[in-house]
Design a protein around this ligand. Structure first.
Ligand SMILES: Nc1ncnc2c1ncn2[C@@H]1O[C@H](COP(=O)(O)OP(=O)(O)OP(=O)(O)O)[C@@H](O)[C@H]1O
Length: 195
C-alpha cells in the first residue's frame, strides 16, 4: 500500500504495519498521562497520588556563559520568569549551555531587529540533538521571551511527534502543514493548497 504526498510516493516496506485498535489508544492515553505527570514533577508540581522528588531541582551540569555582545551582534533579551502551565519550565538565558544559548541568541537577535522595524526574511530554525540535550528548554526560553515582548504571535513552533509537541506546548509538523490522512482505504495524504 503506497502513501502519496504530492509527487512523492512512499512504499512502506513492513507490511505488518496496521491501524491502532481501541486497546492501543488506551495505552497511548495512559502513556501520555504518565509523560505529563513526569513533566509536572520535573517542574516541581506535586502530582496527586505520587510521592518522591517533587520540587527537586534539575541536576544537569550548567555552564555559565560570559557572552559579550557588540553593535549589530545578537544580544540577550529580557526574559519573563513566568512558567507556562503543563510544559517544561524555562531557563534563564544566562543559565543555558553554550549551544543552547547560541540558538536562543540567534532567534532573539532576529526578533529584536524585526520589532525595531527591520524587514528581515523569516527565520526558520531547526534544533537538532539527541533526547535530553535541552532542545525543549531552549524553545521554552524563546517562547517566554516572545511573550515578554508581546510578540507571541510571531513565533510558530512545531515538532515531529505529538509527545514532543506537547512538551513545548505546540503542534506537530503534520498539523501545522495541514497534512491529513484523507481516506483510510487509500492512505492518500491530502495537502490543502498544494503545500
Ligand atoms: N541549561 C540547562 N540547565 C539545567 N537543566 C537543563 C538545561 N537544559 C536542559 N535542562 C534539563 O535537562 C532535561 C532535558 O532537557 P529537554 O527536555 O529540554 O531536552 P530535549 O532535548 O528537548 O529532550 P527530548 O528530545 O527527549 O524531548 C530537562 O529536565 C531540562 O529541564
Amino acid at each position: 500500500m503506497d502513501i502519496q504526498c504530492g509527487e512523492c510516493i512512499w512504499t512502506p516496506t513492513n507490511d505488518k504495519v496496521s491501524n491502532a485498535t481501541g486497546g492501543d489508544l488506551a495505552q497511548l492515553v495512559a502513556w501520555q498521562a504518565q509523560m505529563q505527570a513526569n513533566v509536572s514533577r520535573l517542574n516541581g508540581v506535586v502530582v496527586p497520588g505520587e510521592t518522591g522528588n517533587a520540587g527537586q531541582e534539575d541536576q544537569g551540569a550548567v555552564q555559565q556563559l560570559q557572552h559579550i555582545s557588540g553593535d549589530g551582534e545578537p544580544s540577550v533579551c529580557p526574559t519573563n520568569a513566568n512558567k507556562v502551565a503543563g510544559v517544561l519550565s524555562a531557563a534563564n538565558p544566562a543559565m543555558l549551555k553554550d549551544d543552547q544559548f547560541h540558538a536562543f541568541d540567534i532567534i532573539c537577535w532576529h526578533l529584536n531587529k524585526t520589532l525595531a522595524g527591520k524587514e528581515l526574511p523569516l527565520l526558520w530554525m531547526i534544533l537538532y540533538g539527541e533526547g535530553g540535550t535541552g532542545k525543549s528548554k531552549v524553545i521554552q526560553t524563546v517562547t517566554e521571551d516572545f511573550a515578554a515582548q508581546g510578540a507571541h504571535g510571531l513565533l510558530v513552533k512545531v515538532a515531529y511527534t505529538g509527545v514532543a509537541a506537547s512538551m513545548i506546548d505546540r503542534k506537530t509538523t503534520h498539523t501545522i502543514a495541514a497534512l491529513t490522512v484523507k481516506r483510510r482505504d487509500t492512505q492518500t495524504l491530502d495537502i490543502p493548497g498544494g503545500f
